[in-house]
Design a protein around this ligand. Structure first.
Ligand code: FAD
Ligand code: MLT
Ligand code: ZN
Length: 472
């Protein structure tokens, strides 16, 4: 039984038809909890509009009945942003039926897509047109462009191409009052005042519903080299990136750091993964170089860089992938970490960033503090080190019970976020705030910035119906 008035339900039916509504508990289930089962909510209905006009009519209807709207894409977010609260009175607005690729303009190097298109489909459509859409992340087979925009997603190629903000030229958004803002322009230059699309990118569904976007395309990549490198320390990784970048410039597209603990989790839990080396090492990096030329001398460049690093004692071992299968195997070791950590019981995710130069000091001092204060916790540190972005995740001590680990959650978080603040870092580099980091943002974000954000929220959404309880 829905907790909302019968007339509202009839109104929804008249907007999206029976096909666009999910109301039975069994089918609603997967929309109400996240991938890790870390957040769970209830909803009056799941509504799946098929067009921008339907989204606009839904938002107007929700305004009329003062019903809160929780936009949802692929539901792969890691901060609980797409999960409704426990009241059972909110409506989850799933964009997954809006999955059309509207236009590929290879000459303008743009693609116009609806918000519910899966990221991988966008990558494939770009490849079919001889172009590249470079956003790349572990959840790319399930996450949607709308979710990528709403979280300003990052991933493994930010080093070369930037995050979602950098990959977007235009947006269409249904505003909290139901008006449709059509900003679907494929312009690389437009200085006619405030750049409004940037308000909505990274707003996590709190300022409106993104319904479509014009994305930037890039020249297709025709040669790629991938290497797995073992290092004695995180400091060596930061020095290595300087060497490789100096030699390869923009050809460096990925530089992913992983601690031994992260790799051990993958080796234990992800079927088919094996250690490229016979011996174990404290740290690893996965390096990817790419070029638009088919025969670019990437192997030579990489070998030159690694050779220099070996001489300086920064590298302990290295292997360059010799086949597509080896490339996939090395990426599986990196991309498997999130899933593998789930098998080790409850974990605490901290998606922090600090200046790249501060990464070694951050790891050294934070590891030490955590080990002193919380003996036995397992530190799973990995991430997009070229962007200064570490996933400094914590798994519970072996043999400890979930409840006592949970009781330490706040204290562990403060150690990590205090250290992040000490290096002028951010408590959310790429995942957003959602419901997970909303309270922490109040402590660690500049009060004036928060006040400006509240002013913007109140101006656009005075009734606070767009994803309430998230971000602010
Ligand atoms: P959802 O999870 O459905 O929603 C996320 C947020 O966006 C919510 O606040 C929701 O309300 C809002 N939202 C969704 N669609 C819309 C819309 N159309 N309009 C307005 N608001 C909307 N993230 C990274 O940045 N980098 C990574 O490397 C990365 N790796 C990951 C690896 C794994 C294995 C997993 C599970 C997740 C990873 N993520 C990563 C997190 C996640 O995939 C991204 O945040 C992704 O962009 C979310 O897209 P989604 O469609 O699943 O959004
Ligand atoms: C990743 O880069 O693998 C994800 O963003 C991190 C995570 O799952 O914590
Ligand atoms: Zn990440």
């Amino acid at each position: 039984m829905s907790k909302l008035p019968e007339e509202f339900i009839r109104g929804v039916e008249s907007v999206v038809g029976a096909l666009g509504i999910i109301g039975d508990a069994e089918r609603m289930h997967s929309y109400l909890s996240d991938w890790r089962n870390a957040y769970r909510g209830e909803a009056a209905l799941i509504v799946r509009p098929a067009s921008t006009e339907e989204v606009a009519s839904m938002v107007r209807l929700c305004n009329q009945y003062q019903v809160a709207v929780v936009p949802q894409g692929g539901n792969t977010g890691l901060c609980g942003g797409s999960i409704p609260d426990a009241s059972g009175t909110q409506v989850v607005l799933s964009l997954t039926r809006m999955n059309r690729i509207c236009e590929v303009d290879a000459t303008n190097e743009t693609m116009t897509v609806e918000a519910g298109v899966i990221l991988q489909k966008v990558q494939e459509a770009a490849a079919d047109a001889g172009r590249l859409f470079p956003l790349s992340l572990g959840a790319e087979g399930s996450c949607t462009i709308g979710g990528n925009l709403a979280t300003n997603a990052g991933g493994t190629a930010v080093l070369r191409y930037g995050n979602m903000r950098d990959l977007t030229l235009g947006l269409e958004v249904v505003l909290p009052d139901g008006q449709i803002w059509n900003g679907l322009r494929g312009l690389r230059k437009d200085n006619t005042g405030y750049d409004l699309k940037h308000l909505f990118i990274g707003s996590e569904g709190t300022l409106g519903v993104i319904t479509a976007a014009v994305l930037k395309l890039y020249p297709a990549v025709r040669s790629v080299t991938t290497a797995w490198v073992a290092l004695p320390s995180a400091d060596a990784a930061v020095q290595l990136i300087g060497i490789i970048r100096g030699l390869c410039g923009d050809r460096l597209t990925g530089f992913e750091l992983m601690s031994r603990q992260s790799v051990e989790f993958v080796l234990s839990h992800v079927v088919g993964c094996s250690d490229p080396f016979a011996e174990s090492h404290p740290w690893y990096v996965l390096i990817e170089l790419s070029d638009t030329q088919p025969d670019a001398p990437l192997n030579d460049l990489l070998e030159l860089g690694i050779g220099e690093a070996l001489e300086r004692g920064l590298v302990s071992n290295a292997v360059v992938a010799g086949s597509e299968a080896q490339v996939a195997a090395l990426w599986a070791l990196r991309e498997g970490i999130s899933e593998a950590q789930n098998h080790e019981g409850p974990s605490l995710k901290h998606d922090i960033s600090v200046p790249v130069s501060c990464i070694p000091a951050f790891i050294q001092s934070t590891d030490q503090r955590l080990r002193e204060q919380f003996p036995g916790v397992r530190i799973v540190a990995y991430g997009h080190v070229g962007d200064g972005n570490l996933h400094y995740n914590i798994s519970k001590p072996v043999g400890s019970d979930d409840a006592s680990f949970k009781a330490q959650q706040e204290a562990i978080m403060h150690v990590i976020y205090d250290a992040t603040a000490g290096f002028q870092g951010s408590i959310s580099a790429e995942h957003g705030l959602g419901q997970a980091k909303r309270a922490a943002a109040r402590l660690y974000k500049d009060p004036l910035e928060l006040e400006l954000m509240r002013t913007i929220k109140l101006t656009l959404d005075p009734n606070s119906l767009m994803n309430p309880g998230k971000v602010l």
